[in-house]
Design a protein around this ligand. Structure first.
Ligand code: FES
Length: 101
């Protein structure tokens, strides 16, 4: 099972969903397993940028080269990450700019 942390996902309308993420799972994978909606047009391949989230609190593993490159290309803010490439290392709170489906 491994170490797990709580994740809180905040939608644009302020509604939240909280679930647990196990180390070595991306935020996107954990969200999908918990039916927490995060857009992911490329299927988690760090190619589309639709899974971008804003990190409000918490700690995650540093960005890899592919993630950093795509975030730069889409003019993401410094506190934004790709959910498909985000691996939390502590409890984390993130926000998306759309509502839950
Ligand atoms: S799902 Fe496409 S970049 Fe993350």
């Amino acid at each position: 099972m491994g170490i797990a942390f709580p994740v809180q996902l905040v939608y644009a309308d302020g509604s939240t969903v909280t679930f647990s993420i196990t180390v070595q799972n991306s935020l996107l994978v954990a969200a999908m397993r918990n039916t927490a909606y995060i857009r992911h047009d490329c299927g988690g391949k760090a190619q589309c940028g639709t899974c971008r989230v804003k990190v409000l609190a918490g700690k995650a593993a540093p960005k890899g080269v592919r993630e950093a490159s795509l975030l730069e290309k889409i003019n993401a803010d410094s506190d934004e990450r790709l959910a498909c490439q985000l691996f939390p290392m502590a409890p984390i709170k993130v926000q998306v700019n759309y509502n839950r489906k």
